[in-house]
Design a protein around this ligand. Structure first.
Ligand SMILES: Nc1ncnc2c1ncn2[C@@H]1O[C@H](COP(=O)(O)OP(=O)(O)OP(=O)(O)O)[C@@H](O)[C@H]1O
Ligand SMILES: [Mg+2]
Length: 462
């Protein structure tokens, strides 16, 4: 028995009855209400997981119901029931936050799909806000999203590392996996959190510049040294220094770093006195440092000093459904930034995302979602199957979608296949096929015409 409760608000007894039959068959618990007032009472009493709402009720409209629900600050997904000729009201309702609508007479197949989708999207949302809360307790305002076993293990390690206050940490992982986020979180979790966190990307600066960045310089130490400058080690006293891309530092700097690690003190460039500091050093790299050591490009003694604790951040493709949770998280973030109202991913996109290799890891996913939220229109990403097909073509792993699996297909062919598959899945019911594809019926008709697809229902029936 599943625990999801659905509230049906409709004044027509017959509709309530038939909805109850179908939903109970799918093992949902069903509540009924005939009026706006009764509906709101049911909500405050039972907090249902989903509401199916009619537009015209004896004591008000569905829109009014949604507005009242908002005033009471409930966030329950709503599916509107709409007469075919009043779909503009449904659109208005969706602008107010209704998740979807279905036209009367109700097609129960379609309803089932929409209900499942709505419940899943709310489940994901809850999971994210729950994770966010947990993360806030743990990591302050930095959101490291992850619910997979590998990430949970990482979080546990991070907490332990943060507590053992002074050891150096080496963070490894492919590009874009979130190494910097992990490092910042360790700082925030530690007792050093109120002191400075300083980050330097070793590869981006010349050797002499890095040196004066890290250790500072006396006035007149070199031509451009017009004033005394404090280096990061001095500024970060009591805090944390993050040396990113540590594999790229020069042999000379390797020696200096080793010295700071051993003696916990250093001299400014051009300076003579030793300055003592208490700084935790965390380094990161996406290159195999052991190999560099073996090749003689990185000092073995420094490597062992940096690698006291090793933290490996797993690639995104090893995190299972975290991809979907992260995608939903980024959709919410970019919705806010771009004032959009995307509700989630289409089923096809989810499949594609789960099988895609994500060589650029979380950064790549974030960029893909940002672009989609900015450029796409509609409720679900990607509304056009062609985009998903494109993603699968890029994927270097076999795709799972049946119509997007051909790697050598052109976009046009993939789109045609998608249209055909949607039509055959729905026995050539154009409204349902359009819905499956997340496009309008007009767009579907246009594509059918473009690809010479005829509506077989008409010919079969004649
Ligand atoms: N688990 C996560 N939850 C939320 N956002 C994440 C997560 N992991 C990474 N990100 C985001 O992805 C982007 C890349 O992360 P980050 O810069 O930490 O990766 P990196 O491993 O340091 O990459 P590089 O190797 O290229 O330096 C950032 O915008 C970061 O906020
Ligand atoms: Mg980084």
């Amino acid at each position: 028995m599943r625990s999801d409760t659905i509230l049906v608000v409709d004044d027509e007894k017959l509709i309530r009855w038939s909805l109850r039959q179908h939903l109970q068959n799918e093992s949902f618990s069903v509540l009924e209400a005939e009026t706006v007032k009764m509906g709101l009472d049911r909500v405050s009493e039972f907090e249902p997981d989903l509401i199916i709402l009619d537009q015209g009720l004896p004591d008000g409209t569905g829109i009014e119901f949604i507005q009242k629900l908002k005033e009471m600050s409930y966030e329950i997904p709503i599916i509107m029931l709409s007469a075919v000729d009043s779909s503009n009201i449904a659109v208005q309702a969706m602008k107010l936050g209704a998740l979807d609508y279905i036209t009367k007479p109700i097609n129960f197949e379609e309803l089932k799909i929409i209900v499942e989708k709505a419940l899943e999207s709310i489940r994901l949302k809850r999971q994210i806000s729950h994770l966010r809360e947990e993360q806030k307790k743990q990591f302050g305002n930095l959101a490291i999203i992850g619910d997979s076993p590998v990430m949970k293990k990482l979080f546990t390690m991070m907490t332990k590392i943060a507590a053992s206050d002074s050891s150096t940490v080496l963070v490894t992982g492919e590009s874009g996996v979130g190494k910097e986020l992990v490092v910042r979180s360790i700082h925030m979790l530690s007792q050093r959190k109120d002191k400075c966190f300083m980050a330097v990307t070793c590869a981006s600066l010349s050797e002499s510049l890095i040196e004066s960045e890290l250790f500072g310089h006396q006035k007149g130490a070199f031509t451009d040294a017009k004033n005394l400058k404090k280096g990061m080690f001095e500024i970060a006293d009591g805090g944390t220094i993050f040396l990113d891309e540590i594999g790229d530092i020069s042999p000379n700097l390797q020696v200096k770093l080793l010295r700071v690690l051993d003696q916990k003190s250093f001299k400014r460039v051009g300076g003579t006195s030793e300055i003592s500091v208490d700084v935790r050093i965390i380094t990161a790299t996406n290159q195999p440092l052991e190999q560099k050591v073996a090749e003689g490009k990185f000092r073995a003694d420094l490597f062992y000093r940096l690698n006291v604790v090793h933290l490996h951040v797993p690639p995104l493709r090893e995190r299972g459904k975290d991809v979907l949770i992260l995608a939903q998280f980024f959709i919410q973030e970019f919705n806010k930034a771009f004032r959009k109202n995307f509700k989630g991913l289409t089923e096809e996109t989810k499949e594609a995302f789960l099988s895609y290799r994500w060589q650029g890891n979380v950064r790549e996913l974030k960029n893909v979602i940002e672009r989609a939220v900015l450029l796409e229109e509609g409720d679900y990403i990607f509304s056009r199957p062609i985009e998903v097909g494109h993603l699968n073509t890029l994927s270097n792993k076999a795709s799972t979608g049946s119509y997007t699996s051909g790697k050598d297909l052109t976009f046009g062919e993939m789109e045609k296949n998608a249209v055909l598959e949607a039509l055959s899945k729905t026995s050539f019911n154009q409204s349902r096929a359009a819905r499956l594809l997340q496009i309008s019926r007009d767009q579907l008709r246009y594509k059918m015409k473009k690809y010479g697809i005829h509506n077989r229902i008409e010919t079969d029936d004649s």
